[in-house]
Ligand binder design. Structure first.
Ligand SMILES: [Ca+2]
Length: 396
């Protein structure tokens, strides 16, 4: 080989190596990047309501620090090609690894192989999860939730389950209108709890959605443990959202295991049962910092220009006092009883809307990280309470 060819060869090899390195780095980043751990599934797309939105819901959030990336165990890259013919996921190395892990947790290998051999990829799930999130501005988002049907439905639901709501409010220290509003926003009081096979959804997303395969693999494992704990013999029988959220409050598997409660004392945690759902939503809030009687949000008046330094559009843990906000030219247009507060900006119908939000607003964002979601829950709760009691309860 002459020197020129050799030189070109070396040059090409260098380029190829560089491209490979960049590809690996980008691929690695995308696999690790899952900032939001959806707690509860955004409302179903078949309900005119809650086309979710922006960000997946979120319960306790996984740490984002790079140290967690470094410590993360290696995950075998899933096979990208479809299972042969009508084959199942059994040919995926990641599936074999999952089965290995679950057998170490006491599951029967034969049982798992039987369960998963009947599961095929669901292209509809992949299309839904890959479609760009609808980052609707607040002015378009609000009308989805603040409807007569949802407000009146909330009053009916409250009247019907008044006893359970009062008991949950007392036991978990969560105001009942927020329990009602969450169930209203999530599933229209149980009318839209999801039509997808949860096992198939989670398996498809764990095996064929690399961007969040780690998260969905974890949820799939949680789901198997959940069905064992709840003595559900056929895991494929459970239905939920395309992302695997279940019941009237749309809990993902890990949230179901960690926060669902048996509130009607029949020895089962059944989130399709209104009473269990009421207790579970209340428990979820309780465990995520809800302060009973605390105010959620109040409109803000802004002056000067320094408010812009602290106004934001994401869910953040409040760190300011009202006195500090005043120094930025921000004052509340009404009462807000909260130890810490923050300044939120939403894109309103005519202008930007500014809101002072409290600790309980942040607690709602632990259910779904979108501040628009939390504001919709807040305003729906206020409307339902006003309708039920006949008293204007909000300062908005
Ligand atoms: Ca129960």
């Amino acid at each position: 080989m002459d020197k020129k060819l050799l030189g070109n060869g070396l040059f090409l090899s260098g380029i190829i190596a560089l491209v490979f390195l960049v590809t690996v780095l980008i691929g690695g980043c995308s696999r690790y990047y899952h900032p939001y751990k959806p707690a509860i599934q955004p409302p179903q797309s078949n309900q005119k309501t809650i086309k979710p939105t922006v960000k997946p819901k979120t319960p306790a959030q996984p740490p984002k620090s790079t140290s967690s990336v470094v410590k993360r165990p290696a995950v075998t890259k899933p096979i990208r090609t479809p299972p042969a013919g009508k084959g199942s996921y059994m040919a995926y190395p990641a599936m074999q690894q999952l089965i290995d892990r679950m057998t170490r947790k006491g599951f029967s290998r034969a049982h798992l192989e039987q369960v998963f051999s009947g599961i095929e990829r669901d292209e509809v799930i992949l299309a839904k999860v890959k479609s760009p999130a609808e980052a609707k501005p607040w002015r378009s988002y609000r009308p989805i939730f603040l409807t007569e049907k949802r407000i009146q439905g909330g009053v009916v639901f409250w009247n019907r389950y008044n006893g359970a709501l009062n008991a949950a409010a007392q036991r978990f220290g969560v105001d009942p209108e927020y329990i009602v509003a969450i169930i209203g926003v999530e599933t229209l009081y149980g009318r839209n709890t999801g039509k997808y096979n949860v096992l198939r959804s989670l398996t498809t997303l764990a095996m064929d959605f690399p961007a969040r395969s780690r998260f969905y693999t974890s949820e799939l494992e949680q789901f198997l443990q959940l069905t064992r704990e709840e003595k559900i013999n056929n895991p494929a029988a459970l239905k939920g959202s395309y992302a695997g959220a279940m019941g009237m409050g749309q809990f993902i598997s890990s949230s179901y295991r960690n926060f669902a409660v048996d509130f009607n004392n029949d020895k089962h945690r059944d989130l399709w049962h209104p009473v269990d759902a009421i207790g579970s939503v209340a428990n979820y809030f309780n465990r995520h910092g809800w302060k009973q009687g605390g105010d959620v949000a109040v409109p803000a008046r802004i002056s000067g220009t320094s408010y812009a330094k602290i106004a934001h559009t994401e869910a953040k843990k409040p760190i300011y006092s009202l006195r500090q906000l005043a120094q930025y030219g921000v004052t509340p247009l009404g009462r807000i009883n909260s130890t810490r507060v923050d300044l939120l900006r939403l894109i309103g119908t005519r202008n930007d809307e500014y809101w002072i939000t409290g600790d309980n607003f942040y607690a709602i964002t632990r259910y779904n990280h979108s501040p628009k979601y939390a504001m919709a829950v807040y305003q729906l709760a206020q409307e339902i309470k006003r309708r039920k009691t006949g008293v204007r309860v909000s300062s908005q």
